[in-house]
Design a protein around this ligand. Structure first.
Ligand code: 4AD
Ligand code: MG
Length: 452
């Protein structure tokens, strides 16, 4: 007999004569005549109640079925007299698959996020972390579905790279260790790093296929103990040929609206958990993200707003300042109270590849700032003019010979093109109300957390 997942059982409107479920015991309660167990299998937030009659086949295992134990149950799904659930299962045979015992760390009670981080290998068994992982999976699928519908091609960009896309130098070096040979400094004689962004490769593909995206792990060696930075995070990066900055912002806005609508439609139980227990204003935030038009404002005007406000910031702001998260959050959270794109940033604080505007002072960059998170998206129109790009690279001391292939794309059929990067974990924080990036990725890579 094939097992049925609890999600599929709970979606039924009619009883079933015979089912097989497999899962883990949440709680068990005994009376003289029967035992009640809540069993969950990870397929959804809800568990199903199983009634085991005293003396029925397998009931001898009951004393061993404590929280966390794994079971297999065949039985009949019948209407439940209890409140809160339509059906329950009356066990015909009960099998003990794996015990958990008294040392199981997730006994039924509320655990702090800090404690759960120390047992990252077990925390997906809790309601909250199970829900995060299901939402993470769904969000990922929605992203792929959006781009498929929009006619984009999924490309796979390398993890090991020879270039520093962002020019910030915050990279992990790759070294070779082979057999008994000691570790060498280089990747077969060449200096290489783990990628900080797939953008440069994505540009090459966009200039061949038109619209592409890459979605994969990205690495930054910023040793920052913040709640919004991880050393390994997933970045979504679309890149579009024949597209300017406005088209770029249009795409980011359409994508986020699509994903939020999809999550609200298809993950309502899991989202409700976060709206009830994590962030009381979550539904308001999500409906605003789905329904409101995002603001668009030049960086220069944002600086003026920040200079005029009475609010005191740790870092003062003037034209040319790289905005800090306190400024970004103030704008999205307190001033506008909705998502806002800032664009046309001073060129001095942005990487070499961004297109220089006619004013010679700013570049066609855009960041999307959202309440609670700050920067969710960073992107730009790319400098497609070979001479201007070359001059920028010289100003920034970037060696021509390392970027020969990149320059080729500006020599052969160069076209205006644009793209952005969206931090996937930050999107998940936005969707769930979770405030620490360590809690939306299964095994976070932040300074001091490498056990798992
Ligand atoms: O703004 P960033 O650095 O942009 C780029 O890397 C571009 N090359 C992307 C592109 O145009 N294709 O990073 C993009 C986004 C940020 O807005 C942020 O959401 C996320 O990636 N991000 C991080 N997320 C978690 N931990 C970190 N350390 C992050 N650094 C950036
Ligand atoms: Mg950025």
């Amino acid at each position: 007999m094939k097992r049925t997942k609890i999600k599929a059982l709970l979606a039924r409107t009619a009883p079933l004569e015979k089912v097989l479920i497999k899962g883990w015991v949440r709680t068990r309660r005994d009376t003289k005549e029967f035992s009640f167990m809540e069993v969950s299998d990870g397929s959804c937030l809800a568990s199903i109640q199983v009634i085991v009659d005293a003396g029925s086949p397998g009931s001898e295992h009951l004393p061993a079925l404590s929280t966390g134990a794994a079971v297999s149950v065949t039985g009949e799904m019948v209407p439940s007299p209890g409140k809160g659930q339509a059906f329950e299962i009356r066990s015909h045979t009960l099998e003990l698959v794996g015990t958990a015992g008294e040392t199981y760390p997730l006994q039924k009670k509320r655990h702090s996020d800090e404690f759960l981080r120390t047992i990252a290998h077990l925390r997906p068994r809790t309601n909250k972390y199970g829900a995060i992982m299901r939402i993470r999976s769904r969000t990922s699928h929605l992203i792929h579905r959006f781009f498929e519908e929009e006619g984009f091609f999924l490309i796979h960009t390398p993890v090991i790279t020879g270039s520093d896309c962002e020019g910030a130098g915050e990279m992990f070096r790759v070294t070779t260790v082979s057999g008994t040979t000691p570790a060498s400094e280089d990747f077969f004689g060449q200096e290489t790093n783990l990628t900080v962004s797939g953008q440069l490769s994505a540009e090459m593909m966009a200039l061949a296929l038109g619209d592409v995206y890459t979605f994969g792990p990205t690495f930054r060696a910023e040793n920052s103990h913040t709640s919004r930075h991880a050393a390994e995070f997933w970045m979504l990066e679309p890149e579009m040929a024949f597209c300017d900055l406005t088209g770029n912002m249009d795409l980011a806005e359409a994508l986020i609206k699509y994903v939020v609508a999809g999550v609200l439609d298809t993950c309502s139980d899991d989202i409700a958990l976060f709206a009830n227990f994590v962030d009381k204003s979550l539904m308001k935030t999500l409906t605003s993200l789905r329904d409101d038009t995002y603001l668009r404002l030049p960086y220069r005007e944002a600086v003026e707003i920040l200079q005029k406000t009475k609010k005191k910031f740790e870092y003062p702001v003037s034209f040319g300042t790289d905005l800090q998260s306190e400024h970004e959050r103030y704008l999205a959270e307190e001033h506008f109270k909705k998502p806002v794109f800032l664009y046309d940033y001073p060129k001095g604080i942005k990487p070499f590849y961004m297109r220089v505007n006619d004013d010679g002072e700013t570049v066609a960059a855009m960041d999307l700032l959202v309440p609670r998170i700050g920067e969710l998206v960073g992107g730009s129109q790319r400098e497609e003019r070979e001479d201007v790009l070359h001059q920028r690279m010289t100003e920034m001391n970037l060696p021509d010979k390392e970027y020969w292939w990149y320059m080729d794309s500006r020599r052969f059929g160069s076209v205006p093109h644009s793209g952005f990067g969206l931090g996937f974990e930050r999107l998940l924080m936005l969707l769930t109300g979770i405030t620490n990036i360590r809690d939306v990725i299964a095994f976070p890579r932040t300074p001091g957390s490498i056990d798992f």
